[in-house]
Design a protein around this ligand. Sequence first.
Ligand code: ZN
Length: 489
Amino acid sequence: MEPIKKHYKNFLISLFQQFPKGHLAAASTLAAGLCFVLAAVPSGNAEATRQTRLPLDLPTQATPPKFVNHTPSNQPHSGLTSTLGVSLRLKDLVNSTLNPVPLVLASATAEASTIKEEPKWQEFIVKSGDSLSIIFQRAGLNDRDIYELFNESAEAKELRRIVPGQTIAFQLNDDGKLHQLHYVKDTLNSLNFTRSEDGFIAKKIERQPDIQVAFRQATINSSLFMAGKDAGMASNLIMELANIFAWDIDFALDIHRGDQFRVMYEERYLDGKKIGTGAILAAEFTNQGKTFQSVRYTNAEGASHYYTPSGESMRKEFLRMPVDFARISSHFNLNRKHPILHTIRAHKGTDYAAARGTPIKASGDGKVIFAGRKGGYGNTVILQHGQAYQTLYAHMHNFGKGVKVGTRVRQGQIIGYVGTTGLSTGPHLHYEFYVNGVVRNPMTVELPKARSIASAEKANFLAQTQPVVAQLEAFKGSSRLAMASDDDN
Ligand SMILES: [Zn+2]
């Protein structure tokens, strides 16, 4: 009868769920999106699991951020009582780097287009089936030119890896020989070859996107997803926001009308065009009057995690549930009558019914101390987490890749798949949790917080994060001002 906390399936669903009496039309539109999200739930390590990335990018503000306020459009299903987006160029805050680019090619809309330069450039988009030889021929060059280029420049071998969609531009000299070649690998990377007296000189051009800091805030009226969408946030950004607070807020049960969030994140621009969103830098979530704040910190090793402004980790050392999309079929009960043996036999864990093959995730970082068949437990994995904790996963159909005794696993890593091996009546995961050798109820045991910032690192942490938190506060202030005056600066 106890409420199921941190139920990840419900958590996902709740992001999209309307409160009762929601609009049907909106709900059905969301159904498609929900299937998509459910299908897109990643596996892999902890970070990947906690940060669902979707290729889907909802329409976002086309306006280049220049401290822009925008008022929400009054859509019929608008989930907001108030939404405000503010974006700002913030070079002081984040070391934004926009490198001068020595050569910028106009992007071609046609397959081959000329660029107004002296001498003439010819640009070709690599099509499927193209080879370097074919593209050189199109430019009026031949295999001997390719040979020359490859012979004189070691970097030319990168041209062997051309893929459709990339562009190659040529500049020929008066004799019809190759003078310059420009190979655009992707939006940010290109390679330039220029003929000199000593052969071709290669130059790598790596463009840095212009990082701008964006701010969005909303009050939830129907669902987190609707509120985020109306605030101009892409689905993956909404998911990331929810993931940051998922250890503190139960998104399945606890979200109420009037809850608010504020998020400050990176947007990446190239030549004034938005090419995507980056990381969330800081966020705030007010849930039923209780406000949680979180800030991103990158340590000396380059790993980024979220902390409270005082340096406590947002994560817990253990996931409450090691399987997504499961329902609890049997609770921890030390006086249970066994369904097969029909005798009183303690049920020392929680059973999660799920389809055969559903991934089972390590609930915390740890080491595999058992992986194999274990009597009535069937295929079983036992993990040791530090000194005090052990977790056990039973009735697995099969084991995760590379999972054997001695393997180190990360939180969220797939260690096996749901099955019904051993004494079992149907596909489910039997999960046990031990503290200092004593079996505990996995649903109610108090879970330790992940490591907070060490005192030696505290100064670094504060130096990096305090300006970010201050900026979040400033955004809040300025957005309140903007809402009051409804002005456009
Ligand atoms: Zn069980």
